[in-house]
Write a protein that binds this ligand. Structure first.
Ligand SMILES: [Zn+2]
Length: 262
């Protein structure tokens, strides 16, 4: 059974290769099929409003399509959709319905064109992933913190007892965090949870925190993470995100001066 369609539509009508960047899945009987997210991730691109156009070029050949970024850094793309159920920025679960198979863009007959791209956004052969998980090889997290009244510290990509094994400087309050390849957010001391961030850049939406305001809680999705209390110690590892005491790293009212994520 293919993960991106229901059981009734598992016929490959167009193979990957020879200039064809994806795999085409036709429908067997009926009038089409639901299209499902291959794995959990964040929707990074949605195009709608397209009709069939067999003279289209470039991305227009996809017609209506959805592109999802997954936590391991890979992308999946679903083209020629008749309808789309998701929006950019939306978090989707594996197997969540994201649209309906169609014939939009450069399509001859109703089918799903499915692509897989690596974390450099380069096309890879999607055929094995019709049934398998995406590769875990790139599942490395990189993170860094901003020091109150200071600057961004170097990126950290491991967790151990050395200076390079955590982000922060003991004794220095953190007022910003950035995490590559994850969704994350911060809680402001004396304030509330800020919006979830899913990217890393120089804009206000590219980090979690507010410069000048200490952070006393963090939440990192799809990770194990913990926080070090200023003047205190490392708190227990947290592996989920929810509203309970075990659903964030930190202690409300206490400044954080170190974080670790894996
Ligand atoms: Zn195709």
């Amino acid at each position: 059974m293919y993960r991106v369609l229901t059981n009734s539509s598992k016929r490959i009508t167009g193979k990957y290769g020879n200039g064809h960047l994806g795999v085409d899945l036709g429908w067997v009987g009926g009038s089409g099929d639901n299209v499902y997210a291959h794995s959990a991730g964040v929707v990074v691109k949605v195009v709608t409003g397209k009709s069939k156009d067999t003279s289209s070029r470039g991305d227009d050949t996809y017609g209506n399509y959805v592109k999802i970024k997954h936590s391991d850094g890979y992308y999946t793309l679903y083209a020629h959709l008749e309808s789309v159920d998701v929006k950019v920025g939306e978090h989707v679960e594996a197997g969540q319905k994201i649209g309906y198979m169609g014939e939009t863009g450069n399509a001859f007959g109703k089918h799903l064109h499915f692509e897989v791209r690596n974390k450099e956004d380069r096309i890879v052969n999607p055929t094995p992933y019709l049934t398998e998980d995406l590769p875990e090889a790139s599942n490395k997290v990189e993170y860094r913190v901003h020091i109150l009244g200071g600057s961004w510290l170097p990126w950290v990509s491991k967790v151990d007892d050395t200076q390079e094994g955590y982000a922060g400087i003991y004794g220095k309050t953190i007022d910003g965090i950035q995490v590559r390849g994850r969704r994350y957010r911060a809680h402001i001391l004396g304030g509330s949870w800020l919006p979830v961030v899913d990217k890393v850049d120089d804009t206000a939406n590219g980090y979690a925190g507010i410069y000048g305001r200490p952070i006393d809680g963090i939440q990192i999705y799809d990770s194990q993470y913990r926080a070090h209390i200023k003047g205190g110690k490392w708190l227990p590892w947290v592996s989920k995100v929810d509203n309970k005491a075990s659903g964030y790293a930190g202690l409300y009212g206490k400044n954080i001066d170190g974080i670790q994520i894996k």
